[in-house]
Design a protein around this ligand. Structure first.
Ligand code: PDD
Length: 280
């Protein structure tokens, strides 16, 4: 059985124990990261660790480990895994305390990490998404484990036969329930700005960078609900899904109902970048 990491130890998953008073359990008081591991290399490790630091400081927690300690710990899990391509998860909670909102009563943080084989999926022919009100809180730049709104939104998507919910707040598109959003409109690629209402996605940032480098203009600017409905293309991005074309929005086809040419271009340059990383 593959080991997980819990509070300094590598253990088989069935031997791992945490307290019912862990604040991750009672309050959802914690943060997390999900990394893509490609051919046993952790993709964009430094960027994820930076975001982890930002999430921790936003919730008034110190990082229990340095970047090099994280790297060592995560690489051990990656090397122990049977799969070359993995999804690597880490979670830090504020630890154990009596059930009281005060944060200074918490003991040491709980640190958990695990790796699992990357789930097989082929979304290359496109997915359906629904449009939903962004019912989440105002601090969406924190990658918080408190994910009830996203869980409800993803469930509403699945009830409609869709894979993702694209969220709208004050008439502007924010992001997906667990992804960032891009559209193509009048031949221009657009994605919402990092204004605190979205998670600064690692995949999003890389796609923006790679598109701009390759000469495809990508604007980080507001997208209205109306623009979403007339977009020629819509994509959602995340570490484990990468770049997925949305071909049905509610019950309307996006463009001609097939993945578009800009998506193909983005997918190709993203693949090339990944391949170059693997060989570096
Ligand atoms: N979620 N926005 C939200 C709300 C997310 O939950 C995620 C990822 C993203 C994409 O971020 P990144 O490109 O860094 O993976 C954007 C992960 C995969 C999850 O919760 O499982």
């Amino acid at each position: 059985m593959q080991n997980i990491f819990l509070n300094g130890e590598y253990l088989p998953i069935n031997q791992a124990r945490i307290s019912v008073f862990d604040r991750g359990f009672t309050f959802g008081d914690g943060v997390y990261e999900v990394f893509l591991v490609y051919h046993r290399k952790i993709f964009r490790l430094q960027e994820h660790l930076e975001r982890l630091n930002n999430s921790l400081s936003a919730i008034y927690m110190d990082n229990p480990y340095s970047d090099s300690q994280w790297q060592e710990l995560l690489i051990k899990l990656v090397m122990d895994s049977p799969a070359d391509n993995q999804s690597l998860y880490l979670q830090i909670t504020r630890g154990v305390s009596e059930r009281d909102h005060a944060i200074d009563i918490a003991e040491k943080p709980t640190v958990f990490a695990m790796s699992k084989p990357l789930p097989e999926h082929d979304f290359s022919s496109g997915i359906k998404a629904i449009v939903a009100d962004d019912i989440r809180w105002q601090l969406c730049y924190i990658k918080a484990t408190t994910l009830l709104a996203s869980v409800i939104l993803r469930h509403q998507a699945s009830l409609a036969g869709a894979k993702e919910a694209i969220l709208v707040k004050d008439d502007s598109v924010t992001e997906g329930a667990a992804s960032n959003v891009f559209i193509v409109i009048d031949g221009v690629v657009k994605t919402p700005p990092k204004d605190g209402r979205i998670l600064p996605g690692i995949t999003r940032d890389l796609v923006v960078e790679l598109l701009n480098e390759s000469g495809v203009v990508c604007q980080e600017s507001n997208i209205t609900r109306d623009e979403l409905y007339v977009a020629e293309e819509i994509w959602v991005t995340s570490s484990t899904w990468e770049i997925v074309p949305v071909v049905m929005l509610d019950d309307t086809r996006v463009g001609d109902g097939r993945p578009g040419q800009y998506w193909e271009r983005a997918r190709d340059i993203y693949r090339q970048f990944k391949e170059a990383q693997r060989q570096s």
